[in-house]
Design a protein around this ligand. Structure first.
Ligand code: FNR
Length: 366
């Protein structure tokens, strides 16, 4: 009844299977987005407004799409972004993603709200495997400091501070399924209100007073590169450079926070010309996430100036439907697509991708 893994030919196929086989509460939590889910859909449709301008007659017999992100090498310019509550989809939770990421030499971002304990996820990594920490900042800064410094001691290579969630968005699909904390052992011991869905149940510790004034403190407690995750306008990218952080993730949190937030690629196209004009383009690494489902999406983002892209739901769906083998196949499919995409666009390496290879004029005019 359920399609064989070999019958999944792209990342969207995993979503279709997951929708059928996942528990209702898990599907609702993973797939839901804020309010009318306009931004969720826009994350896909923005990519549909970017077209390629391939170069011809380039010798593309050999293509190499390996790169570095925050100074560490990886096989392909995407990473597994942080998504909470991995055990809703798979009994073993986030460690499944860790093992698949290792097989493919892909970087994994560990969520604060993982179902597995942080140490369990680090222990599941192979020697030398690169992991980053996603941080929700606790109202109790002593807790936050402990989490950050513990992650650094355990070898995490980047600190991604989520800045788009002073309050968790309203995800009505999630609220309707009456989440009951099953599969969630995060923040245990805290009293949670489960009547508002999974997201809200687990997020009451997040500090809505977090501000730019806190950034120097983060720089003082860790040597990890700091990246602000959830930046949505060029002015804030410039401010992030001034604040001395190493990167930003242009992101609307997979459409789960502010509905009618713009897509990350649109913000990217707004950002890069300004950074170039100010001579800041080499001062910060720009990542994007939201709606990346094809290697052509990755190529578009990189042509427009991104260092790398984050991918969330597709790996959750692959994991929920097929476990580690599913996640590995999803990653392999992206690599296969990437090799072909590089050849067809006429680029032999990531360094050869540039803005002349895309036509993004209709990105803003729609
Ligand atoms: C997320 N995301 C997220 N982000 C974050 O900073 N902390 C978190 O705990 C979570 N949790 C989370 C759970 C689920 C189920 C989803 C789908 C997403 C947002 C995530 O890191 C990323 O921004 C989006 O998932 C990217 O969009 P796609 O790839 O899912 O379309």
């Amino acid at each position: 009844e359920m399609p064989l893994l070999e019958e999944c030919y792209n990342l969207l196929d995993f979503e279709a299977v997951a929708r059928r086989v996942m528990k209702k509460t898990a599907w609702a939590y993973y797939s839901s987005a804020a309010d009318d889910e306009i931004t969720l859909r826009e994350n896909r449709s923005a990519f549909h407004r970017i077209w390629f301008r391939p170069r011809i007659l380039v010798d593309v017999e050999k293509v190499d799409f390996s790169t570095t992100m925050l100074g560490t090498p990886c096989s392909i310019p995407f990473y597994v972004t942080a998504t909470a509550l991995g055990k809703l989809g798979h009994v073993e939770g986030e460690v499944v993603l860790t093992r698949a990421a290792h097989k493919h030499n892909v970087i994994q971002m560990i969520p604060t709200l993982a179902s597995c304990a942080f140490d369990e996820i680090v222990d599941a990594a192979a020697p030398g495997q690169v992991q980053w920490l996603q941080l929700y900042v606790n109202k109790d800064r002593a807790i936050t400091q402990r989490i950050v410094q513990h992650a650094e001691r355990r070898g995490c290579k980047g600190l991604f501070i989520t800045v788009d969630a002073p309050q968790l968005g309203r995800r009505e699909k999630d609220m309707r399924t009456k989440f009951t904390e099953q599969g969630s052992n995060v923040q245990s011991g805290q009293k949670v209100d489960t009547s508002q869905g999974a997201a809200r149940a687990i997020s009451s510790f997040i500090d809505p007073s977090l501000s730019w004034d806190d950034i120097p403190w983060f720089r003082s407690i860790t040597k990890m590169p700091i990246v602000l995750k959830g930046v949505q306008r060029v002015e804030d990218v410039v401010r992030a450079v001034e604040a001395g952080v190493q990167g930003v993730v242009l992101s609307n949190h997979g459409g789960r926070q502010l509905d009618f937030a713009r897509s990350a690629v649109e913000v990217l196209a707004e950002t890069m010309p300004v950074l170039r004009e100010l001579g800041l383009e080499d001062k910060i690494e720009i990542y994007v996430d939201g709606g990346v489902r094809r290697a052509t999406d990755i190529l578009k983002a990189l042509c427009l100036g991104a260092r790398g892209v984050g991918i969330g739901r597709p790996f959750l769906y692959a994991m929920s439907a097929y476990g580690q083998a599913g996640v590995e196949r999803a990653m392999q499919l992206l690599k296969d697509e990437m090799e072909m995409g590089m050849r067809l666009i006429g680029a032999r390496s990531i360094a050869e991708l540039n803005a002349s290879m895309v036509d993004a004029r209709s990105l803003f005019n729609h």
